[in-house]
Design a protein. Structure first.
Length: 270
């Protein structure tokens, strides 16, 4: 294995420049990664990749993987944020994703699976969330459901996306919990393309689907719950008329009330 690019010269301790992926994961730009991409493309299981690739971005803060993933996905879905980003342009980025939390809080605490789901819905997406089971007897069914979702989304010509919330540590990577979109599926190797938004750490890479499913079953120590995956798309009413989706609009919700609403929603999911 090549030397880990995280290694630094004396005097530069605590500073890092990327990491080398574990051997079970295939870098997207490698010869093997390109082969998997070409085969999946010919098989028709890279359809959603191009929508995501148009909006691929790197997270601005170490704790912003969830916000960056969501901004990337919402823009790829052509959801109108109904508020300006810069100048006259309406666009999603990490700083204008607001509902029940904000970037300052996320900078300190990160984003949980439930909070991601709430933010996605508040900002105009239709969301199906699938939390991994805690019981080992249910693991196979969860993996099968994830595989079916990966096949379905990767073959869809509609603008829909699959997001994974998983444990980096379980995969042998550096870090703990992480969010990233899935950009495609390779049937023969049963692997998915993770479009890692922490590109300063790892490039996009192919991961064995069963490994990724198991990594979602690991307990998030902040919530004492396992992680999971989410399927995001335009709401049915918007798809029917072929337009762009505005987010859920309310006249005004105080931050404290928004947080209370989020806590209630998370409690209902418990």
């Amino acid at each position: 294995m090549p030397a880990d690019r995280g290694a630094v010269l004396p005097g530069h301790e605590g500073q890092y420049y990327q990491r080398v992926l574990p051997t079970a994961q295939v870098p997207f730009a490698s010869a093997e990664g390109r082969r998997l991409f070409c085969e999946a493309l010919l098989a028709g299981t890279m359809e959603n990749y191009f929508f995501l690739a148009e909006q691929f971005r790197t997270q601005d803060e170490p704790t912003f993987c969830g916000l960056t993933t969501l901004a990337m996905v919402l823009n790829s879905l052509h959801i109108d944020p109904m508020r300006t980003w810069k100048g006259a342009w309406r666009w999603f980025n990490e700083q204008n994703l607001a509902c029940c939390t904000g970037p300052d809080r996320v900078r300190e605490e990160g984003l949980s699976f439930d909070m991601f789901r709430s933010l996605a819905a508040c900002n105009g997406a239709e969301v199906d969330a699938f939390r991994a089971p805690t019981e080992a007897s249910e693991a196979a069914a969860f993996t099968a459901a994830f595989r079916e979702a990966a096949r379905s989304v990767s073959r869809s010509s509609e603008r829909e996306c699959l997001v994974v919330c998983y444990s980096r540590e379980f995969l042998g990577q550096s870090g703990a919990g992480h969010f990233s979109p899935v950009g495609g599926y390779h049937e023969e190797s049963d692997s998915v393309l993770v479009m890692d938004v922490a590109r300063f750490k790892y490039p996009p890479h192919w991961v064995p689907l069963e490994d990724l499913a198991q990594s979602m079953r690991q307990i998030d120590t902040d919530t004492s719950k396992p992680r999971g995956f989410l399927q995001l798309r335009l709401p049915q009413r918007v798809r029917a008329r072929g337009g762009a989706a505005p987010p859920l609009r309310v006249p005004f919700v105080p931050v404290a009330a928004g947080r209370l609403l989020s806590e209630v929603m998370q409690g209902l999911d418990a």
